[in-house]
Design a protein around this ligand. Structure first.
Ligand SMILES: [Zn+2]
Length: 61
């Protein structure tokens, strides 16, 4: 996956997660519902992948 694709996937996962939280009182209370849990897990996984790419990218500028 290219750096751009990784970032786009991260942003899409972020948007899906925040959109869900905006409409779900359970997730707003830090009690992820069945529908929200995988959405938030995907966002965290994408965020980790992106942060890892940024971190390793900085090693050799
Ligand atoms: Zn929810």
């Amino acid at each position: 996956m290219s750096r751009d694709e990784l970032f786009i996937a991260y942003m899409e996962a972020f948007e899906a997660s925040t959109t869900h939280v905006g409409a779900c009182t359970a997730c707003q209370d830090d009690q992820p519902c069945r529908a929200g849990a995988p959405v938030h897990a995907e966002f965290i996984a994408r965020q980790d992948a992106w942060n890892e790419r940024v971190r390793t990218g900085r090693k050799r500028p």
